[in-house]
Structures are given as structure tokens and as C-alpha cells.
Design a protein around this ligand. Structure first.
Ligand code: SAH
Length: 214
């Protein structure tokens, strides 16, 4: 499938909808206007690609709602060349947004099926983050520390390994809570031993799970 004028038009509308919902970061909105979300969707849902909703992507997982992607990305405050670690590659859509914004992206997925699919899909579109199949609870210390860490699944608590892999001065965005919903938490690493935490409201994500799944 291609990226047609019709798709571009639908994306423009989606961007306006997200802007109305409160997203102001133009870099984020521009990235959303560029990444063809319909190429990250399961075939049965393609017609809904530019609806501001989450949809199934296989393996019991979902592609996040575009507003949520925009909200998390805005909170992350990404600049070109920033080293960003994403936990939960899923469809690869969020990783594509970060690459589009000029970040050096490292993304981890625990479901092999999704890891394989997202990697070939993104590379086919010319997006080249570093892909890893593994458990995001452990992060990816060999490439760290990271200036930004983005968790796209709901974590019962903040994994200590991720705080360790965050640069001093760095920032992590992570939904924290149980299955009934999560608080969108921003953690700023002030020094090796101090962090500052702020809460940015309620969201619902699929859970961050331990280990990997073949
Ligand atoms: N960022 C994704 C959102 C996918 S939903 C997108 O843009 O489509 C969250 C993803 O996190 C799921 O694919 C799930 O399999 C993955 N996940 C859950 N726990 C994980 C863990 N411990 N390590 C890595 N990925 C995990």
C-alpha cells in the first residue's frame, strides 16, 4: 500500500484534532503529519488509521492512540541527535515518530512476532532505529546512558534499571499503575542519586510484562 494524497489529507485532519486536544509542540505535530500510520495498522483496521484511537496490532497488543503518542512525545522533549530508548516497539509507529524528529532511537520489544514485523516495516519505510528483542525492564545498558527514555506500556512501578540508564539531566516518560489505568509520570534525573517526579494525568496502556515471548 502507498501513501496517497487522501492519506496525507486524513493526517492533516488528525493533526488538527490532536492540536485541539492540547498538543502544541510543532515538532511533534509535524512528525505526526509525516508518518503514514496506515502502514503500521493490521489490515482489518486500515480504514480507521486516522481515527484518534488505539487498535489491535496482533499478539494481544495495540498501537497507541495518536493523541497519546503525541502527548508522550511532547512530554519527552526530544531534540535532534538525542539518544532515546523506547520500551515497547509494538507496531513501530512511535519509534518512527522519534526517528522523524531526528532522535537516535533504540527500541526494545518482548514479543518476537511484533519485533520482526516492526523491524521490516520500519526499514521498508526508511526508518532505521536500533531494534532489540528483549525485556525492556532490563533496558539496554550496553548502549546507554540515554538522554531520554520512553515507556509505552503500563508499568506497575518504575524499573530501577531504567533510572540507572538515564543520563544525569535526562528525562523519562513512563505510565505507572495497574491494569485499571496509569499515571503519566515524568522523571527528571537531577544527579546520580536524585530524581524529580511529576504526574501528567491518567491513561490506559497494555501492561509492561516481564521476560520475553516467542
Ligand atoms: N510504541 C508502540 C506501542 C505498543 S503497545 C507503538 O507505537 O505501536 C506496548 C508494547 O510494549 C507491546 O508491543 C508489548 O509487547 C510491549 N512490551 C510490554 N512489556 C514489555 C517489556 N518488558 N519489554 C519490551 N516490550 C514490552
Amino acid at each position: 500500500m502507498e501513501d496517497s494524497f487522501r492519506h496525507k489529507g486524513l493526517r492533516k485532519k488528525l493533526v488538527e484534532e490532536i492540536r485541539k486536544k492540547g498538543i502544541t509542540d510543532e515538532q511533534v505535530l509535524t512528525a505526526i503529519s509525516k508518518v503514514p500510520r496506515h502502514l503500521f495498522m493490521e489490515s482489518g483496521f486500515i480504514n480507521f488509521s486516522y481515527k484518534d484511537s488505539a487498535f489491535p496490532i496482533g499478539a494481544g497488543q495495540t498501537i497507541s492512540q495518536p493523541y497519546t503518542v503525541a502527548f508522550q512525545t511532547e512530554l519527552l522533549q526530544v531534540s535532534p541527535m538525542d539518544k532515546v530508548l523506547e520500551i515497547g516497539t509494538g507496531s513501530g509507529y512511535q519509534a518512527a515518530i522519534l526517528v522523524e524528529m531526528g532522535a537516535k532511537v533504540f527500541t526494545i520489544e518482548r514479543q518476537r512476532e511484533l519485533f520482526v514485523k516492526a523491524k521490516s516495516q520500519l526499514e521498508g519505510l526508511g526508518y532505521y532505529p536500533h531494534f532489540f528483542y528483549g525485556d525492556g525492564y532490563l533496558g539496554m545498558p550496553s548502549y546507554g546512558p540515554y538522554k531520554r527514555i520512553l515507556v509505552t506500556a503500563g508499568a506497575p512501578s518504575v524499573p530501577t534499571k531504567l533510572i540507572e540508564q538515564l543520563e544525569v539531566g535526562g528525562r523519562m516518560v513512563i505510565p505507572v499503575g495497574d491494569g485499571s489505568g496509569q499515571d503519566m509520570i515524568v522523571i527528571e534525573k537531577i544527579s546520580d542519586t536524585e530524581t524529580k517526579t511529576t504526574n501528567h494525568g491518567r491513561f490506559i496502556f497494555v501492561p509492561l510484562l516481564k521476560g520475553t515471548n516467542k
